[in-house]
Ligand binder design. Structure first.
Ligand code: ARG
Length: 583
């Protein structure tokens, strides 16, 4: 469906043309004086110079060409503004089309296009910590938004499964249990199907090894050698690696499920490895690389750079590939397997330079097509109330599981205290509300900004919060269910000013989604549903709905609330959470 502003603008351009003026002057905007009008056009002021005529004359002539059925107010005011209010019928018909069209008639701007969203990025064998939270929350939301707007969207978790942490675990395990068959070079297999450790042991082994590496150079050396041997494919090490993967992936799946975050692709850094040798050869052959201090690098600086962009390091002096190498090789794999038109990366904004280097290197080496879009969304830090990165009470890095548990306990107390649901529903309702509180608290901030994690504020049932939005939806659902079947009811002309405000707000749904996608800003969706929820509550507060004696009028109210419910539910789905039945 045509966006409402485009529709009004198209009609305005026609009116300019019909009055003998250049249609380019017919641009309409949402009014910045809502007390006077809903939309405005200032084109007559600009046209005046070109046509050497008083702007008010032009504005008057144009207004006479507009179809009066479309507006309840069309006025030319000094010095030459055109003020508009939509007619009740225009709005009714537009919203009825939205109601009956699939997905509210939003334009599928991504039809036929594929996007890979690289988010999550957890490291295998290390517990997920809050540093991974924003990537998961923002990434899931953007992926759902792209999919809703017609893209074939592939979420790729890009596991950190190939680095030194693997060599550290292998080396530590060998110290503890040298008799295991994995370390016996003469062992010909098959290796046991059961892992030699539990996930809890694994989570103890890794930090122990990591600490040892710092104080014991020999241990560090052996861990590097083990990493190298693993990457060369030593069978016993590969078997341990597989055990680590199985345990760790099962464990992280639990947390991502709890976050309602799901990946279409579970590839990792290890999957990029096979592409590295040929990629490096190709870059060398193209003359793009130089050797610097024993390392192979690709200069990527450009003349227009305002700050220094150092060369992209491809192979370190010890022969190992690094983070950038893996990201480049991953692009080759993605281009080959997924043919994306765009790749979107979500990481902490401190990685901005890394992605700038990688993107430039990819373009120089022709890894992506010139028209393939590459975008890095670098997000800010989640801080504690002291304004510093969020920590545990002991000052350590907060595990994601812990944060979720704290939030859930906090919400649970409210659910129990306010006797919101029957005992057997407390857990499910709590989980739903806690997730909304957490995700909305995060997503309502512009991604690039740091924000303060404030459980009290995020979980409040009033104000600009997830629970408030859920509360509005639950309230509407309850009205609808008291009414009975409502899905077939058509939108009617606005019954009062509150209804009209609500309807005007509804028309902004599609444009908001497009703007959120174009600027990678789910916060625009949050701001929108906060406005929409406000209009819904105002309308319901000021209008007797279920008590309305006139059946037709009542059906109109209900139709409007039904559409509001669908719009709100779809919006929160795009943010990555859903509403409970009762609250
Ligand atoms: N595993 C990395 C980390 O924990 C994040 C990976 C981000 N994605 C990427 N393609 N580099 O820091």
């Amino acid at each position: 469906m045509e966006k409402i502003l485009d529709l009004i603008t198209r009609k305005m351009r026609q009116a300019f043309a019909d009055a003998g003026y250049d249609p380019a002057f017919g641009r309409v905007t949402v009014s910045n004086r809502p007390d006077l009008c809903e939309y405005q056009c200032n084109g007559a002021l600009s046209a005046a110079k070109q046509y050497k005529r008083a702007p008010i004359q032009i504005a008057k002539a144009v207004t006479e060409k507009l179809d009066p059925a479309d507006y309840s107010l069309v006025e030319a005011v000094m010095p030459g503004f055109i003020n508009l209010k939509l007619s009740d019928e225009f709005l009714r018909s537009y919203l009825e089309q939205m109601r009956t069209a699939g997905d509210f008639g939003v334009e599928k701007i991504g039809a036929g296009k594929t996007i890979v969203v690289d988010y999550g990025g957890p490291n295998v064998a290390k517990p997920l910590h809050i540093g991974h939270l924003r990537s998961a929350i923002i990434g899931e939301s953007l992926k759902r938004l792209y999919a809703f707007l017609g893209y074939h969207a592939i979420g790729d978790i890009h596991l950190g499964d190939w680095g030194l942490q693997m060599g550290l675990i292998i080396t530590e395990l060998q110290e503890r249990q040298p008799e295991l068959c994995y370390f016996d070079k003469d062992f010909t297999g098959p290796y046991p199907t059961e892992p030699p450790f539990t996930i809890a042991q694994l989570e103890e082994i890794y930090p122990a090894a990591s600490a040892k590496k710092k104080v014991d150079p020999d241990f560090a050396h052996r861990a590097h050698a083990a990493t190298f041997a693993l990457q060369q494919g030593r069978p016993g090490y590969r078997a341990i690696w597989q055990h680590i993967m199985n345990l760790s992936v099962a464990d992280m799946t639990k947390i991502y499920d709890r976050l309602d975050v799901h990946f279409e692709s579970w590839l990792g850094e290890s999957d990029a490895d096979p592409y590295i040798p040929a990629m490096i050869e190709d870059m060398k052959a193209k003359g793009l690389t130089v050797v610097s201090d024993g390392a192979l690098v690709m200069p990527v600086a450009e003349e227009t750079d305002k700050k220094e962009v150092p060369p992209c390091i491809l192979v370190k002096s010890d022969g190992s590939a690094i983070y950038a190498t893996t990201d480049l090789a991953t692009m080759i794999q993605r281009m080959q397997d997924f043919h994306p038109d765009k790749i979107l990366y979500l990481t902490d904004k401190r990685q901005a330079l890394h992605f700038e280097q990688v993107f430039r290197a990819a373009r120089k080496a022709g890894i992506v097509k010139p028209e393939t879009q590459l975008e890095h969304v670098g997000f800010g830090t989640m801080n504690g109330k002291d304004g510093k990165p969020f920590k545990t009470r002991e000052g350590g890095v907060m595990r994601l599981e812990q944060l979720l548990a704290d939030m859930t306990a906090f919400v649970r107390a409210k659910v129990v205290e306010n006797q919101i649901v029957a005992d057997e529903e407390v857990d499910a309702t709590t989980d739903t509300i806690a997730l909304a509180a957490l995700k909305y608290g995060d997503l309502s901030n512009q991604p690039t900004k740091d924000y303060i994690f404030d459980m009290d504020r995020f979980a409040a049932f009033e104000g600009n919060t997830g629970p408030y939005i859920l509360y509005t939806i639950v309230r509407v659902k309850s009205i609808l269910s008291k009414y009975g079947p409502w899905e077939h009811l058509s939108v009617q002309t606005p019954a009062n000013g509150y209804a009209k405000d609500l309807m005007l707000s509804m028309t902004k749904f599609g444009p908001t989604l497009e703007a959120a996608l174009k600027t990678s800003s789910p916060n625009l969706i949050c701001a929108y549903i906060y406005e929409l929820a406000g209009c819904v509550n105002k309308f319901y507060h000021e209008t007797p709905v279920l008590k309305e004696p006139d059946k037709t009028l009542k059906a109109g109210h209900i139709a409007l609330l039904g559409l509001a419910k669908r719009l709100l539910e779809t919006s929160i789905h795009l943010l990555g959470f859903c509403a409970p039945e009762k609250m």
